[in-house]
Design a protein around this ligand. Structure first.
Ligand code: FES
Length: 102
């Protein structure tokens, strides 16, 4: 279990390519996914189902669920995942359309 801030590892790690809503991003390999996406400029991770309000990571420890993204066919907390080469990530309500594009 890592105990350092997820933001400390962003500078040194080699970059790998991932896709967020179909757009390529170069993120630090093995970094915390939520921290890496925030550092790359992603500000909206999901929208609330009732009001459609934008949400982004808040707690960074798996408690708030504001960082939910779809990856690997599942909706998961980005702050609980590590960046891996080739990841395809999507905002949950937009996942179906992005994956339909191929
Ligand atoms: S940022 Fe709160 S659960 Fe991920």
């Amino acid at each position: 279990m890592k105990t350092d801030s997820p933001f400390l590892e962003l500078e040194a790690a080699p970059r790998v390519r991932v896709w967020f809503d179909g757009q390529p991003l170069e993120l630090p390999d093995g970094a915390n996914l939520a921290a890496a996406l925030l550092a790359a400029g992603v500000r909206t991770f999901r929208h609330t189902p009732v009001s459609g309000a934008p949400r982004a990571p808040f707690c960074m420890m798996g408690a708030c669920y504001d960082c939910l993204v779809e990856t690997g066919g599942r909706v998961q907390q980005a702050c609980m995942l590590e960046v891996k080469d080739g990841m395809r990530i999507a905002r949950p309500h937009e996942a179906e359309a992005v994956h339909a594009e191929g």
